[in-house]
Design a protein around this ligand. Structure first.
Ligand SMILES: Cc1cc2nc3c(=O)[nH]c(=O)nc-3n(C[C@H](O)[C@H](O)[C@H](O)COP(=O)(O)OP(=O)(O)OC[C@H]3O[C@@H](n4cnc5c(N)ncnc54)[C@H](O)[C@@H]3O)c2cc1C
Length: 283
């Protein structure tokens, strides 16, 4: 647990808003945009879902009061997707209404594949009423994603493109990283050409360079898209992109429910996993 906590500190801004706020201010001062995530997922009772919903409403108010340059990211299983779809939708609507009031924006993170279609359905319903205040995520490891991206482009949805962080079976997701990257590259190009202010969310330098070069070759200016990266990962690259004049948004998670998020970050990288194993065997 101590090793997990040690690693969590690298990826998470703290357990409270007070701690996260200081991180966000520092990032804003250095020119970064931010999206704040209150850690939480897989909620199974209404009390927890409503608590999470109210925390997001409070967060949007605080962002406005403090003048932070940040929007918010949330997960639908945190808002009660495992309880009932229309209940989850109602919770999201309450948050979106606050975002509208403060002229802010809510990004619906994408979770494991058993939630993909229901997440898209709820997103589309909300988007119909509040098109400027909500965005969604597409994961390049899923076979279905190219079609989802085409649909998103047709409807000018705000999309964050990422590779995907959940364990998926080969009948629905590319098992080979080369294919995930190729799909990411192809969707990046389509979204840059025809999408609505896409967010290219990766720390993969090769894919970032491809996006930069493609934008330059096609006369797409730097204010037509943004790069997004996770707090605590490739800070050197984050700084470099800012120096080059790109928009970079940092995903800043905070809260007490940090274990699943931290485990996803550990699993993503062999070195993180080795670090954990080395420390277990050293004891
Ligand atoms: C802003 C943002 C939002 C995201 N939202 C979602 C979402 O809603 N749903 C979802 O499924 N996934 C989400 N992800 C996670 C994403 O799907 C990937 O799992 C994650 O970004 C790692 O993939 P990569 O694109 O960085 O490429 P990779 O090929 O995995 O990594 C490229 C390089 O980045 C560095 N790196 C990557 N991960 C780590 C790490 N954990 N620790 C240390 N270094 C690392 C390494 O240098 C590595 O060589 C998000 C990612 C970002 C950046």
């Amino acid at each position: 647990m101590n090793i997990l906590l040690y690693l969590a500190k690298r990826f998470i801004a703290g357990e409270t808003f007070e701690q996260a706020k200081e991180v966000v201010k520092r990032l804003n001062d250095r020119g970064f945009l931010v999206t704040i995530d209150i850690l939480g997922e897989s909620v199974t009772n209404k009390e927890q879902a409503e608590k999470a919903r109210d925390s997001y409403i409070e967060l949007l108010k605080n962002i406005n009061t403090l003048g932070l340059n940040s929007n918010v990211s949330l997960k639908l299983t945190q808002m009660g997707l495992d309880i009932d779809d229309s209940y989850c939708h109602e919770n999201v609507i309450k948050i979106i209404k606050t975002a509208v009031e403060y002229k802010n924006f809510v990004r619906i993170d994408m979770e494991g594949s058993r939630y993909t279609q229901r997440t898209i359905d709820i997103f589309k319903e909300v988007h119909r009423v509040y098109p400027q205040n909500i965005g969604m995520v597409i994961q390049s490891y899923l076979y279905r994603s190219k079609k989802d991206a085409e649909h998103a482009i047709e409807n000018q949805h705000y999309i964050r493109l990422c590779k995907g962080a959940y364990k998926e079976l080969p009948d629905i997701a590319f098992p080979d990283k080369k294919d995930v990257n190729k799909n990411f590259e192809e969707m990046t190009k389509e979204l840059l050409l025809k999408g609505n202010y896409p967010a290219i969310a990766t720390h993969d330098e090769k894919l970032i360079d491809i996006a930069k070069n493609f934008a330059i070759e096609n006369g797409i200016s730097k204010d037509k898209f943004e790069f997004q990266m996770l707090y605590g990962i490739r800070r050197d690259l984050q700084e470099r992109l800012i120096t080059e004049g790109y928009r970079v948004r940092i995903y800043v998670p905070y809260g007490t429910y940090w274990i699943p998020y931290t485990i996803r970050r550990i699993r993503e990288r062999k070195e993180n996993l080795w670090f954990v194993l080395r420390n277990i065997f050293r004891r």
